[in-house]
Design a protein around this ligand. Structure first.
Ligand SMILES: [Zn+2]
Length: 370
């Protein structure tokens, strides 16, 4: 898979890494600091650079009320065997020329549940919304979604499903930027409600009413197809290439409802750390070496390559930090999925997310400053 071309350099220079590691050791940023993504903890942006300005915390509704030129809410719906998307676009008109804001909306049935999921629906809705905007100049465009996984994906668009939608989003964003517009993508937590989001949800639901059939042929979401196939046959067949083998191993339900619930229960910083560990894109030598930021993938303990498994479960350098993680379980100590909140195909029906273990793992990762 290719990174959406964005005119920004590939991996980090060594000085960027220094900044990154230093800032990681600082105390957590104050909430004001977290609100503006431009200045957010750089470890959540590097090494991919600022792809899309995204904000994801409880201050979303305040951001929505001031200084916007265009407001967009997108939503998806999965029911009656299909996945649909919808959205509402509100374009601010200056009071003198036209007293009423212009409202546009869209609604579309994307595909069968076997081929699409709410996450892909959300990305498709974003792409569609940005694509249908009229010619705009020097506007501040604010887009809200309830899907935190989609926001995370736009921050780090590598190795995730939904690449076609993501590419479309970036193409629209480049065109809008050329005309002097800015785009901010906001995550709206379920604790906050806005009129615009209500309308968007209605539009999405209209696309999944009983008896609806897909209107557009979209690329199948491979992970969804795979998960459903696996659930049907109870098999553990091999994964197709480029599906993100590492993430699939951690969690067969990725990305989807379960991942979203997991994300919603974590702070932004916690979710970022977890996302890095789950995707294998943490600042560990195995990954740093792959992007040519370090000369070797060996761990400093010299016992093994510094993989996520090694770092979390085995490396002797971090034994003292691991106490809390070990206390979370007697039987799951070698099980990386357990610690990363994942559901593996070997888990039985009674599988339950152990949030304490996930939090202990995140605290471990932060405490090691690795
Ligand atoms: Zn080690």
């Amino acid at each position: 898979m290719t990174d959406p071309p964005d005119g920004e350099p590939e991996g980090p220079s060594s000085s960027q890494w220094t900044t990154l590691l230093t800032s990681q050791q600082d105390s957590p940023p104050p909430s004001e600091f977290r609100r503006i993504t431009r200045t957010v903890n750089p470890c959540t942006l590097a090494p991919w650079g600022k792809k899309v300005q995204t904000i994801a915390d409880e201050s979303t509704s305040r951001q929505l009320d001031t200084g916007w030129g265009v407001r967009i809410a997108v939503s998806s719906s999965a029911r009656n065997g299909v996945v649909g998307m919808g959205g509402v676009i509100e374009i601010h008109k200056s009071a003198r020329s036209n007293p009423r804001n212009e409202i546009l909306s869209f609604s579309s049935t994307l595909g069968r549940r076997e081929e699409q999921n709410p996450y892909s629906g959300e990305l498709a809705a974003m792409a569609n919304a940005l694509n249908t905007l009229p010619k705009l100049r020097f506007r501040r465009i604010v887009l809200i979604t309830r899907n935190k996984a989609a926001v995370l994906t736009l921050r780090k668009p590598r190795q995730q499903s939904g690449q076609e939608h993501i590419s479309r989003i970036y193409r629209s964003r480049r065109a809008l930027k050329r005309d002097g517009n800015t785009i901010t993508i906001l995550w709206l937590p379920s604790s906050e409600e806005t009129e615009l989001m209500k309308l968007a949800k209605e539009k999405a639901k209209a696309a999944t009413r009983q008896g609806t059939t897909p209107q557009t042929q979209l690329p199948r979401m491979r992970s969804t197809t795979l998960n459903i196939a696996r659930a049907k046959h109870g098999t553990t067949r091999g994964l197709p290439e480029n599906v993100g083998k590492y993430s699939q191993r951690i969690d067969t339900a990725l990305p989807g409802k379960h991942t979203r619930q997991l994300c919603d229960r974590l702070s932004w910083k916690e979710a970022s750390v977890l996302a890095q560990l789950r995707t294998g894109m943490a600042r560990l030598n195995i990954y740093l070496h792959r992007i040519k930021a370090t000369s070797a993938d060996q761990c400093e303990c010299e016992q093994a390559r510094e993989t996520v498994d090694h770092f979390l479960l085995r490396c002797s350098r971090w034994t003292v930090y691991r106490t809390e993680m070990l206390q979370c379980t007697d039987t799951g100590r070698g099980n990386i999925s357990f610690y990363l909140g994942g559901k593996t195909s070997t888990n039985d029906e009674n599988w339950a997310l152990n949030m304490n273990a996930v939090r202990a793992t995140i605290r471990f990762a932060i405490a090691t400053c690795r």
